[in-house]
Design a binder for this molecule. Structure first.
Ligand code: ATP
Ligand code: MG
Length: 563
């Protein structure tokens, strides 16, 4: 009943801006969590029924293109049939039992979506991994997760074979390929012959659904376990009010299939009946993005800030984005200057969201809310978010502290259940009544949240606390700067000072470096409080980033302090 209420709430006709009331949504979100929930049977099969009744938009559920003219379009019904066949492959040919873990490493190909849905149907715990994993990473993941099965392609299979003998739990290897490989079952052959009737398992909302590895921005990626709830009511609200989705929409998220974000932005978005658009895009290319947005009826677009920073370096005026009406970003803070430039060029706002692999969405600029550039918006109505001090006390507006989510008396079901097999690390995230994100922030008088930095990234110089993001946002306003990373650097008098690593725009590369440094320092002093200006600066060709495109400030910081 609770789920029905939630789905009803989200399929109500929704007019933008004028009818949006953050408080009203928050009230409506105080829903009970259903005891049983399974995204495949409760959501996807329900959309199949609505589709059959002719009550939904005619868009497919999945629309995949490879950029070379190949296209796959599956209705909810086709997705249902094919994913049931894959479920039978997992249970029969692979011999997997409910609860067994499956490591899935595939590029953006339709089979990735099929395996995701099939695991929901069989109750297997899915562990997505990116194609860019090295042999060592794969061994780490297989051993740590004790996965029984790996599903991958020709590109990754040799790496798996080179370490397979060291992974005692691994019983089955499934290859998604036109060809065959010794020791591997062939996915396509099995799929062809698999029956399409399958009874979806009944899952309690707190049963394990997936294990996502964090991005590894600060160290080794952590195995973050989520229950079936994380695709449930929590995401309904976010899909409806942050992504602004209905069944008439076509959403494109460019996220790599290896990260939790791909699951939330391109699977759980089906909760709204929206069409998920996918471009194979083996290499990220802004021009491909512009061409797709011009050619296909994509209405909602989701990409990380690093991509938007690349986009605004191009002249977008030669493109007409056919149907685009809503843009979101997440994963890192987005600089106000980039938002402004995107708006000038496309007429569209970027609705920033803030979340973690552990939490799904924590704060966002929900559709219809006034956007304060540089702010992450307000808490998702599903969470009680606070800024707290080191003793777990709630801080008043304007005070910097730790961004935290209330977990007592009831832990929100959408929050991760644990770091797999690591009770100590899991327990270390709790302080008083709160889950502590590890990020620092401020809430203003209007209830908007402002990101200061990851706790370790905040710089303390001569008694001042400086968040790197604010300095980076000041720098990027200058025409010389493509992007930058700001970290602490040792200083005999001040303890530490602000150092900026800067990627210059082509016009400035040939300028006298001393002059550019002076110009940038003066610029920062002008646009932000002068004590924040970078006393040290270094020009670099590129910044160290994670596979998902996040700046690895800790790598730069460690180098500074080792010097
Ligand atoms: P690891 O935990 O392995 O070091 P990670 O924290 O980058 O990696 P994710 O879970 O992918 O792994 O990222 C969550 C983090 O990303 C947040 O804790 C926050 O630091 C940052 N982040 C995400 N969205 C935003 C945003 N809109 N503004 C600022 N920071 C963001
Ligand atoms: Mg993290």
């Amino acid at each position: 009943a609770a789920l029905r209420k939630s789905l009803q709430l989200c399929s109500q006709s929704y007019t933008v801006s004028t009818s949006f009331s953050y408080e009203a949504i928050k009230q409506q979100c105080r829903l009970e969590v259903p005891e049983y929930f399974n995204f495949a049977s409760d959501v996807l099969d329900r959309w199949t029924k609505i589709e059959k009744e002719g009550k939904k938009n005619k868009n497919p559920a999945l629309w995949w293109v490879d950029g070379d003219g190949k296209e796959v379009k599956w209705s909810f019904e086709e997705l249902g049939v094919l994913s049931r066949k894959v479920a039978n492959v997992l249970s029969d040919a692979c011999g997997l039992q409910r609860g067994d873990r499956v490591l899935l490493i595939l590029p953006r190909i339709p089979e990735w979506w099929l395996v995701n849905v099939a695991c929901l149907r069989t109750g297997n715990v899915l562990i997505p991994g990116t194609q860019q994993l090295t042999v060592k990473d794969i061994l780490y993941r297989l051993q740590k997760s004790k996965a029984k099965c790996i599903i991958t392609d020709d590109f990754v299979a040799p790496a798996v074979d080179s370490v397979g003998a060291e992974c005692q739990s691994l019983k089955c290897k499934l290859l998604v390929s036109e060809g065959h490989r010794e020791g591997w079952l062939n996915f396509k052959d099995l799929l062809k012959n698999a029956p399409s009737n399958h009874q979806c398992v009944t899952t309690k909302h707190h049963d394990p659904m997936a294990i996502y590895f964090t991005s590894g921005t600060t160290g080794s990626p952590k195995m973050t376990e989520h229950s079936h709830s994380s695709y449930g009511i929590g995401f309904t609200v976010n899909a409806r009010y942050w992504l602004d989705l209905t069944h008439s929409d076509v959403i494109w998220s460019t996220s790599d299939t290896g990260w939790a974000k791909a699951s939330w932005a391109s699977i759980s978005t089906w909760i709204q009946g929206a069409c998920v658009f996918v471009h194979k895009m083996p290499q990220f290319n802004p021009i491909t993005v512009f061409e797709c947005l011009s050619r296909y009826p994509i209405t909602v677009f989701c990409s990380p800030p690093t991509a938007y920073r690349m986009f605004v370096q191009h002249k977008l005026s030669s493109y007409t984005f056919k149907s685009l009406r809503h843009c979101v970003s997440a994963g890192e803070p987005i600089n106000p200057d980039v938002m402004e430039e995107w708006k000038v060029q496309t007429g569209l706002d970027i609705h920033e969201g803030y979340g973690q692999t552990e939490t799904v969405l924590i704060c966002a600029n929900f559709k219809g809310m006034k956007i304060k550039p540089g702010s992450m918006g307000k808490p998702s109505p599903t969470y009680d978010v606070k800024i707290i001090d080191e003793n777990g006390n709630i801080l008043s507006p304007g005070k910097e502290g730790d961004i935290a989510i209330r977990v007592k008396p009831t832990r929100p079901p959408f929050l991760f259940t644990c770091y797999t097999d690591d009770p100590e690390k899991t327990a270390a995230t709790i302080r008083g009544d709160f889950y502590v994100t590890g990020d620092r922030g401020i809430m203003d008088e209007d209830g908007y949240y402002w990101f200061v930095g990851r706790s370790d990234d905040v710089i303390t110089s001569a008694g001042y606390r400086i968040g790197p993001f604010e300095v980076e946002s000041a720098l990027i306003e200058h025409p010389a700067v493509v992007e930058s990373a700001v970290v602490s650097s040792p200083d005999p008098i001040r303890g530490e000072v602000v150092k900026a690593f800067v990627v210059l725009t082509p016009e400035y590369v040939s300028h006298d470096p001393e002059e550019v440094i002076k110009e940038l320092q003066d610029h920062v002093k002008k646009v932000t409080a002068p004590y924040k200006y970078p006393r040290k600066m270094e020009f670099v060709q590129e910044l160290p980033k994670t596979v998902s495109g996040k700046i690895r400030r800790n790598e730069l910081r460690q180098k500074e302090w080792r010097k």
